[in-house]
Ligand binder design. Structure first.
Ligand code: NDP
Length: 275
């Protein structure tokens, strides 16, 4: 029988995670079954039922990452600081260990894209769960500065306070972000509603990488804006694939090759435009 894994989210029907993990399993010759589960409101009881069934690990996505953090019996240091869990695994004693791979996923994709991180000025938009998970690995790259800008400025300031022992980080409103940035990461959910955070005092050019954590078949409104100003752009598909691969490594101890999988998912996504 195959080992059982799943992703919990609500909604979850459009999740790419089952396809990603099926591809990693085929590539590394692992017998596992990975499915998408929508527990509606009842995340905790769905997790316990999953463990009863013999489930070995799960990914957790919107809106359950903070509940997974509270549910976990033990946390890795990075999940503890992020206050969010996207990867759960069951240990030999039946306890749930919580980790977050969102940050390492983003970082691996930024490295692939040759973003200027070390010594760079990095602007992070948003102060929600996704941003909490990525600040630690970003600050570990020794940037010149990380500015966290959010619609609700107090949340960005609180995040900057929580991470300031790791490196130069400040928080504020979108208006407080000024000057040229080497990397701008959109970690708001504004693109979902086709909206764009207004950045009146920010300049970007062809040396800037503008990265939207959201991914879609077409460039997001944030990418279109940045491209018009000459910046290089990317959506968050690579982050999605890399965070999935990092979870897979934790569960299985096998390292999948992400490049062919990212290409295949991109192709499938683009094909939806022809449907
Ligand atoms: P949260 O709901 O936790 O946070 C949402 C953030 O977006 C808040 O900072 C909120 O500001 C801001 N926001 C929402 N609407 C607007 C708007 N219209 N204008 C400006 N700011 C806005 O979401 P997450 O952090 O979990 O997710 C954020 C994005 O990242 C999503 O698009 C998600 O799909 C993506 N993501 C991608 C991943 C990947 O692997 N590619 C992984 C994880 C997330 P405020 O505080 O003022 O409400």
């Amino acid at each position: 029988m195959s080992d059982l894994y799943c992703v919990f989210g609500h909604p979850i029907s459009h999740s790419r995670s089952p396809a990603l993990h099926a591809a990693f399993a085929a590539q590394t010759d692992q017998a596992l079954h990975y499915e998408a589960r929508d527990p509606d409101e009842a995340f905790e009881s769905a997790w316990h039922a999953f463990v009863e069934e013999g489930g070995l690990g799960a990914n957790v996505t919107v809106p359950f990452k903070e509940r997974a953090y509270r549910l976990a019996d033990r946390l890795t240091e990075r999940a503890s600081r992020a206050g969010a869990v996207n990867t759960l695994m069951v240990n030999a004693q039946g306890q749930a260990l919580g980790d977050t791979t969102d940050g390492v996923g983003l970082l691996r994709d930024l490295v692939r894209l040759q973003a200027r991180l070390e010594g760079g000025r990095i602007l992070v938009l948003g102060a929600g769960g996704a941003v909490r998970g990525v600040l630690e690995p970003l600050l570990e790259t020794a940037p010149a500065t990380v500015m966290v800008a959010n619609r609700t400025a107090s949340k960005a300031s609180a995040l900057a306070e929580a991470f300031k022992d790791l490196g130069p980080v400040e928080g504020g409103h979108f208006d407080d972000a000024t000057g040229h940035f080497d990397v701008i990461i959109n970690g708001t959910s504004a693109s979902l509603g086709n909206e764009l955070p207004a950045l009146p005092n920010v300049t970007l050019d062809e040396t800037t990488l503008a990265y939207d954590m959201m991914y879609a078949a077409r460039p997001t409104v944030f990418m279109t804006w940045a491209e018009a100003l000459g910046a290089r752009t990317s959506d968050g598909l690579g982050m999605l694939v890399e965070q999935a691969a990092a979870s897979f490594e934790l569960w299985r101890g096998a390292v999948p090759e992400t490049e062919p999988v990212r290409r295949a998912v991109r192709q499938a996504l683009t094909a939806t435009l022809l449907d």
